[in-house]
Design a protein around this ligand. Structure first.
Ligand code: ZN
Length: 423
């Protein structure tokens, strides 16, 4: 059950991101694209009153075409708002206007988005593009972890933001090595070394804490700090309470890592997998690691490429379907205008284009023109296929190395199989 809920979230996020990408590319010929943000507590009649006002103001627009386009957009929004007694729970964003399509065609398009988080602003704007910034901010990964690796000689710190490791900075110590110089008493040498270690830990604790505490919305978003290093350094650092108390009480765990420079941060995230269970980077990375491990085996359970995955899905051999969140493809059902010929094919939908820009060609049986019967997003289509054989579906982001490999090297479509097949 829990997994289903998580998948739904990843799917919703993917759909939301894709819609924003589409809107981002839309342009109007003049200042004629309307962006309307309605927060949950706004009265719909206030909004419709303003829209009617704006409609009247259009009389002042000089360009006849722009005037007509703005007025059609406003009318279109007004007719849609009739269906709402009040805004949805989290508010709504409306994007409406005559957009330029590929070539010189234009079309009046209206998109209504119910955002994943509550909207806290009211905005009416008319411009040559849509205002998307408030929604884009909702896509940013909200949880943050602090990362810190150290031994007695050097330390490095940074953040783990969603799937992304962000190195910030480090420090090196002047702690003398274990070998003392001739003539120095062992006791005195030991004491000087302890002092130097203490000074170094204090500096690391202060500087890293300051960085973590400066994080925006710290109390809401900062989930904890992971500390890595050899033993007993990290244990002694934790025991000494060198971090600010708000950070100290948020220590997630101590992890063995070999590197204490910038490279140590990635090693730390790897070592902390179990502790971070549930976070997407770890979960998605674990699936990709399993896939790559199966791939190098002689009789491994990895498969990739659209054709192979389709075969494997059809025979129910897919355990986990791995789909890149970067996929921008559609599955088309095409039929002949005159005879009973039908076919399916997958096409890339390039940025700024729609399925209308794809040449379908002619029927191989009777040479009449082929026409489009249905277009489905490939992620939706493959997910439906996967559901039929109870295969799990994971949408993998490209925010980490193995995730971007899924897209670049395997076409964004791969699977871990239940058993080996010939495909
Ligand atoms: Zn035909």
């Amino acid at each position: 059950m829990a997994e289903e809920v998580e998948m739904d979230d990843a799917r919703k996020r993917y759909e939301f991101k894709k819609t924003l990408e589409k809107l981002q590319l839309q342009q109007g010929d003049g200042t004629e694209l309307i962006t309307l943000y309605i927060p949950p507590d706004k009265q719909i009649y206030d909004v419709t009153n303003q829209l009617k006002d704006e409609f009247g103001q259009c009389a002042n627009i000089k360009s006849k075409q722009t005037k007509t386009n703005v007025q059609s957009a406003i009318s279109s929004i007004l007719s849609r708002l009739k269906y709402y007694k009040r805004p949805p729970e989290k508010g709504m964003a409306v994007f409406c206007g005559t957009v330029r399509l590929y070539g010189d065609r234009t079309d009046l398009q209206c998109t209504i988005i119910e955002p994943p988080e509550p909207l806290n602003l009211y905005m009416y704007r008319c411009s040559s593009n849509f205002e998307l910034e408030p929604l884009k901010q909702m896509l940013e990964e909200k949880t943050v972890y602090g990362l810190l690796v150290l031994d007695r000689r050097e330390a490095y710190w940074g953040f783990l933001r969603g799937n992304r490791i962000e190195p910030v900075g480090g420090a090196t110590s002047t702690v003398p090595g274990k070998q003392r110089k001739g003539g120095q008493s062992a006791q005195r040498f030991g004491r000087l070394r302890e002092i130097a270690i203490n000074e170094f830990y204090t500096k690391v604790g202060e500087r890293s804490s300051a960085i973590y505490l400066a994080e925006k919305d710290f109390f809401e978003r900062f989930k904890g700090v992971l500390i890595g290093g050899p033993s007993p350094t990290k244990e002694e650092f934790e025991a000494g309470n060198y971090l600010h108390h708000e950070i100290q009480k948020r220590i997630v765990g101590l992890f063995d890592v070999a590197y204490t420079n910038e490279d140590g941060l990635a090693e730390l995230v790897d070592a902390a997998q179990d502790a971070l269970k549930g976070m997407t980077v770890v979960k998605e990375k674990a699936f990709m690691d399993r896939f790559l491990k199966e791939l190098v085996k002689d009789d491994g359970l990895a498969a990739y490429g659209e054709e192979s995955i389709r075969h494997n899905l059809e025979i129910g051999a897919v355990d986990i379907l791995l789909l890149s969140g970067n996929l921008r493809k559609s599955r088309l059902r095409i039929k002949c205008q005159t005879c009973d010929y039908t076919t399916e094919k997958t096409v890339n939908i390039e940025a700024g284009k729609t399925v209308a820009d794809i040449t379908l060609g002619n029927c191989p049986k009777c040479t009449a023109p082929l026409v489009l019967e249905e277009e489905i997003d490939i992620i939706d289509e493959l997910t439906k296929l996967a559901d039929q054989s109870s295969s799990k579906v994971e949408i993998i982001s490209d925010d980490f190395e193995e995730g971007s490999i899924l897209f670049s090297a395997f076409g964004g479509i791969a699977a871990i199989l239940r058993y080996r097949t010939g495909y």
